[in-house]
Ligand binder design. Structure first.
Ligand code: F6P
Length: 504
């Protein structure tokens, strides 16, 4: 690996840098000139991407090979946004007709709900990938939403979540979408049962058919739960939960922004899929940004990454990316089962600007840790207050400038800004459904590139299983007969403390 001089020197010595280190992908303009790169480092990084087989693994993913080896599954979220006439095969079958059949059914249903004045509220009950995507996107695209419809998202098994939502809606005007790939997730089933009881208490058993639909891959469990599978929208095991916002899991979003808006959202993904699939590595945004992340992690020892959208509507985007990135690449073994040699996925976090500026940016500017940043901004807002937007964007540009170039103040060390702090600037004209799809696909493929270089399986999530299993064991111990003394002493004591105090 080759190190680089400070950013101020890189810019001073290379006047063409700001033009050269920009890549366009769809409607996104991505400026990575404030990253610790020169042509040699970049060439080295792209060489490493080639050596790691990024291109062949990418092609294998698009071709429906079972690259998710621990679950022996294809990884085909890209088929969810393929146009109607595309051919994408999984296990020898073209899946595109099935994808569009479900999209058509969703569209007809969404149109019906949008036209039905009795429905004012849609409550999506799901968690993880069955919540974060639609929740994030519904907030991001509220400006494109149906004026009568409000979407709510209930995910946490903490009863406070469903309680708060049920207090805000009326049974007769609420549609519940129970969204769960497996339909076996305890949080979702618990929340769904509570919602169903609440509805039945007000409107009777017969109301369930009109007020509950399901989104799942598991028809049997949906039926067992008591939702007619005629009111179910399906998807497939080759769609990972955190890659599923563009499947039927996006039903709440489709109801909010309409089938045309949802199609534009999918087309945005597809634009970046095509870019990722066809652009040469030197011009390939997910490859470039993925390899810049590899440089930070593997070469420079940086273990976190901040994503800072200068758009209040993207407030949940960092949380969405946390699942996308950390559940995908938070892995310690390679595809062969060996321990990885170095670190893998970064800790992803962030908040919208300018709020973050008055909270954690102090550390970004003068702390001892260097945090690589992705800034996201738009030329035109989805609100009428242009003066606010000019202020917002001036802050965005100022922060990237201040981080990169700092300000020397040798006489007053506390006012010294060292600079040389890296950022990427991702800009687009406006946050539309298409642009949001493009942004999500960009990050999906960045995660893919990095997972490939680290030689890990980005598409399983075994790490979440142990906690689930232990919780299942502890649940009866909190209230009933099982002897709650079979754990370590700390856990035993905590359970005993809770048993002694829990209110009935
Ligand atoms: O947390 C683990 C996980 O399996 C996620 O990957 C998934 O998105 C989430 O749980 C929800 O799963 P399901 O959609 O099956 O309810």
């Amino acid at each position: 690996m080759i190190g680089t001089p400070p950013l101020s020197d890189l810019f001073a010595d290379d006047p063409g840098r700001a033009e050269r280190y920009v890549v366009e992908a769809g409607d996104l303009r991505i400026d990575y000139s404030k990253q610790p790169l020169n042509d040699d480092v970049l060439a080295d990084l792209l060489e490493r991407a080639r050596d790691a087989g990024v291109e062949s693994r990418r092609d294998a993913m698009f071709a429906g090979e079972h690259i998710n080896v621990t679950e022996d599954r294809a990884v085909l979220h890209t088929a969810l946004r393929a146009p109607r006439d595309a051919v994408v095969e999984a296990d020898g079958e073209n899946v595109v007709p099935d994808v569009h059949e479900v999209l058509d059914a969703m569209s007809a249903f969404a149109d019906r709900v949008r036209a039905d004045d009795r429905i004012t509220d849609v409550v999506n009950i799901g968690i993880g990938g069955s919540d974060l995507g639609p929740a994030m996107a519904a907030q991001a695209l509220e400006a494109f939403g149906h004026p009568r419809i409000t979407c709510h998202f209930v995910s946490n098994v903490d009863g406070a979540d469903i309680h708060r939502t049920l207090q805000r809606v009326e049974p007769a005007s609420t549609l519940f979408i129970v969204a769960s790939k497996t339909f076996g997730t305890i949080e979702t089933l618990t929340n769904a049962r509570t919602a169903r009881s609440w509805l039945v208490e007000a409107l009777g058993d017969d109301a369930v058919a009109d007020h509950f639909v399901a989104v799942s891959t598991n028809a049997e469990r949906v039926a067992e739960f008591g939702i007619d599978t005629a009111n179910m929208f399906g998807f497939w095991d080759w769609v990972g939960g955190r890659y599923s916002v563009d499947s039927a899991i996006g039903l709440s979003l489709m109801i909010l922004i309409g089938p045309d808006g949802f199609r534009a959202f999918l087309d945005g993904f597809h634009t970046i899929d095509e870019h990722f699939r066809t652009a040469p590595l030197e011009q390939n945004a997910p490859v470039l940004l993925g390899m810049i992340g590899i440089h930070h992690s593997d070469d420079l020892g940086r273990d976190t990454k901040a994503v800072l959208p200068y758009a209040q509507e993207l407030a949940r985007f960092p949380a969405y990316l946390q699942q996308l990135d950390m559940e995908s690449n938070g892995k310690q073994v390679t595809l062969d089962g060996d321990l990885v040699a170095g670190d893998t996925g970064p800790i992803v976090w962030g908040e919208p600007g300018t709020n973050g500026q008055h909270a954690f940016y102090q550390l970004l500017h003068q702390g001892t840790r260097i945090v690589p940043v992705d800034f996201i901004g738009f030329a035109t807002p989805n609100h009428p207050y242009r003066n606010h937007h000019d202020l917002l964007m001036s802050n965005l540009f100022a922060q990237a400038e201040a981080l990169a170039f700092g300000r020397r103040n040798p006489d007053e060390p506390h006012r010294n800004f060292p600079g040389d702090r890296p950022s990427t600037l991702i800009l687009a004209d406006r946050l539309t459904p298409s642009v949001l799809g493009q942004l999500i696909a960009l990050y999906e493929h960045i995660v893919f590139v990095q997972g490939t270089v680290w030689g890990i399986n980005s598409f399983d999530q075994w790490g979440v299983e142990l906690g689930k299993e232990l919780a299942n064991r502890i649940t009866p111990e909190l209230t009933g007969d099982p002897d709650p003394t079979q754990h370590d002493t700390s856990t035993n004591n905590a359970i005993a403390w809770y048993r002694a105090r829990r209110s009935t």
